[in-house]
Design a protein around this ligand. Structure first.
Ligand SMILES: C[S@@+](CC[C@H](N)C(=O)[O-])C[C@H]1O[C@@H](n2cnc3c(N)ncnc32)[C@H](O)[C@@H]1O
Length: 389
């Protein structure tokens, strides 16, 4: 049997509390490559089950930092708040639900869903330990762990087919409560806009909105009764471009829908140095098992990846050779230094000794125009002289 003692000493697992449509647990190995090396606050405006937050928290990357976790799903935030403040009561309620489920199975699931959970639900502020326990119970035993609301705002997920679902994992519930209770962590019920408007220089924003549909039937967005439309995706693009422009580190997951590619290929997105990268994922939310295969998804980001160093190494070498040639020509009064090969780069990371000189490459992404004030701030500096780009 698990004891409270064991949760105190057991290491944090980094596993979220809930199964969640679009949860990013499977994609973490790819997403970790986009975590910025250093950052100020952590902002996650589409929190869901919080796979990235729990991953960062488990390895201490959020120690001493503020984290702002936002979701527009009132039940989700209400449930987390109850788990934080009334952990033992939530666990006690959950134990009772687990015992009744063991005896009555899916009949009990529908009874809880229709005669207790839906009638009792209100705002996130009005949540109780009983409601929080019911949400966790329905999540563990419902179809695919979905949380789906119909247009009338009622939770309408059918029972799942699990032989022996694990409904109460006391150690894990305490871990999750401890992580969310950490000083500096704030849980907010609301839309993404407020959190993104607050984000500033050095903050790390991870956004995982409901995905834009690849086809008319192939995407799930009903986490809230409002859904998430192309207008919401456009508002999100504006907010992220603005935040990136203020110096925030932005990482956004989305489907590879044409409209997302279009939104993040605009000149303002490029000026904000947002680029589209492709990652391989498995799509799990589909009623037909055959449609759950691998898919390409987008990660849209302005975060420099150390992997790029390798990819750009030849360009750096060329640039350094050009510096040498330019310096040689400078000694002859009529020769003008050639402009140095320009590559997108994050100068903060690259600053270091190379070939005896301090190297900065241009911040400009290919195709975007450099702003005048950046001229001269970035360039290639060698021991024998420097060359402004
Ligand atoms: C794809 S899920 C996030 C999954 C999460 N990354 C995880 O690992 O579980 C999208 C989330 O966005 C939330 N959401 C939908 N519309 C929103 C809005 N306008 N503002 C903030 N959150 C919203 C949903 O409730 C849902 O939890």
């Amino acid at each position: 049997m698990t004891t409270v003692q064991s949760y105190v000493t057991a290491p944090m697992s980094g596993r979220p509390l809930l199964k969640w449509a679009g949860g990013k647990r499977q994609l973490l190995p790819a997403l970790r490559g986009f975590y910025p090396v250093a950052f100020n606050r952590y902002i996650e405006p589409f929190f869901g089950s919080g796979a990235v937050f729990f991953d960062l928290h488990a390895v201490g990357r959020l120690d001493g930092k503020r984290a702002w976790l936002v979701d527009d799903n009132a039940d989700l935030i209400g449930c987390y708040r109850m788990l934080i403040s009334r952990t033992d009561e939530v666990i006690a309620e959950l134990r009772q639900l687990a015992a009744a489920h063991g005896a009555r199975g899916s009949d009990f699931y529908y009874e809880v869903r229709d005669t207790r959970f839906n009638p009792m639900r209100g705002s996130s502020c009005a949540y109780t330990p009983e409601l929080a326990a019911m949400l966790i119970y329905l999540n563990r035993t419902g179809f695919n762990g979905l949380f789906r609301l119909n247009k009338a705002g009622k939770f309408n997920v059918p029972a799942g087919r699990y032989a022996n679902p694990r409904i109460v994992d006391e150690v894990h519930l305490h871990h999750v409560a401890t992580a969310l209770r950490t000083r500096g962590v704030t849980l907010v019920h609301g839309s993404f806009d407020g959190a993104l408007a607050e984000a500033g220089k050095g903050d790390f924003i991870y956004c995982d909105p409901p995905y834009a549909p690849l086809s008319r039937t192939a995407c799930f967005a009903n986490y809230t009764a409002k859904g998430f439309t192309i207008h919401d995706q456009t508002r999100l693009q504006h907010a992220l471009v603005a935040a990136a422009g203020r110096g925030a580190h932005v990482v956004l997951s989305n489907s590879s829908a044409a409209e997302i590619e279009r939104l993040y290929s605009t000149s303002d997105a490029r000026r904000a140095r947002l680029r589209i990268e492709r990652v391989n994922a498995r799509r799990a939310i589909n009623s037909r098992a055959a449609s759950r295969g691998p898919v390409t998804e987008f990660v849209i980001t302005n975060v420099f990846r150390p992997k790029m160093l390798k990819a750009y190494a030849p360009a750096i070498q060329t640039s350094l050779r050009q510096v040498g040639q330019a310096n040689a020509r400078r000694r002859s009064p009529r020769a003008r230094p050639p402009s140095v090969a320009v590559q997108w780069w994050d100068p903060g990371r690259l600053a270091g000794r190379q070939n005896g000189g301090l190297v900065f490459l241009d911040l400009c992404p290919p195709g975007a125009r450099r702003k005048g004030r950046e001229r001269g701030r970035f360039g290639i500096h060698s021991r024998r002289g420097s060359l402004a780009c």
